[in-house]
Ligand binder design. Structure first.
Ligand code: TYD
Length: 203
């Protein structure tokens, strides 16, 4: 049993997660809560090295290898950073987690989704987010927000990102209690208010 709260933020590239996580972090800290804002891949230490490979390596990377690298980062992140924080009663706000592997490597790259669920379970030792917020954005908007300077993952084609988006929406349909979808075409303030409502329900 953990004492803290584990909230993950998911969605396609350029969906506005990073802005929203920062706003929620500020809000919770102003209310006096202890928070940890972290991310996958690569929050710190070894994770930063894995992130560098995952986003910038310019040779061939097989989808299975890619999955294992994201999962390796996750295992390290959960064991060394997330679990200790939760045990200390901290609210952990995590920019991407298990659902990204299901959406990107499963739905996007076409790997077996059940197998990814099993691997995620090993990487997290069964830890699950209390709440997951998916910021849903159409691929055209997402591509425009990402711009021309794309990393290795962002360089995949439009069809890949359609599958990823569909993947996140499927995940939300399958786990409606944990996963909530917010339309990220709304204003920053509207999205923030909706996220706050969802988080308040967790207390
Ligand atoms: P990042 O720069 O953190 O992007 P964003 O701001 O959109 O979160 O890059 C992370 C990239 O890695 C992003 O394209 C999604 C991808 N990713 C996966 O494909 N699988 C995963 O399991 C995770 C955690 C991320």
């Amino acid at each position: 049993m953990t004492k803290g709260l584990f909230i993950t933020f998911e969605g396609g590239d350029g969906c506005g997660k990073t802005t929203q996580i920062k706003l929620i972090d500020e809000y919770l800290q102003n209310k006096g809560y202890k928070t940890l804002l972290t991310r996958e891949p690569g929050s710190k230490g070894l994770g930063i090295k894995l992130r560098e490979i995952l986003l910038n390596y310019d040779g061939e990377v097989s989808p299975t290898c890619e999955s294992f690298l994201f999962l390796a980062d996750r295992a390290q992140h959960v064991d060394c950073i997330i679990k200790p924080a939760l045990e200390a009663g901290v609210i952990v706000l995590c920019d991407r987690h298990t659902d990204s592997t299901v959406a990107y490597q499963g739905y996007g790259r076409g790997l077996d989704i059940e197998q990814i669920h099993r691997l995620n379970k090993i990487a997290t030792s069964g830890l699950k987010p209390d709440l997951t917020i998916v910021l849903d954005v159409d691929v055209e908007t997402s591509q425009a927000r990402v711009g021309n300077e794309k990393d290795r993952m962002e360089s995949a084609g439009v069809e890949f990102f359609e599958r990823v988006r569909n993947g996140f929406l499927e995940i939300a349909k399958l786990e409606p209690n944990r996963v909530k979808v917010i339309d990220s075409k709304q204003s920053i303030e509207q999205i923030h208010q909706q996220i706050l409502e969802l988080i308040k329900n967790e207390f």
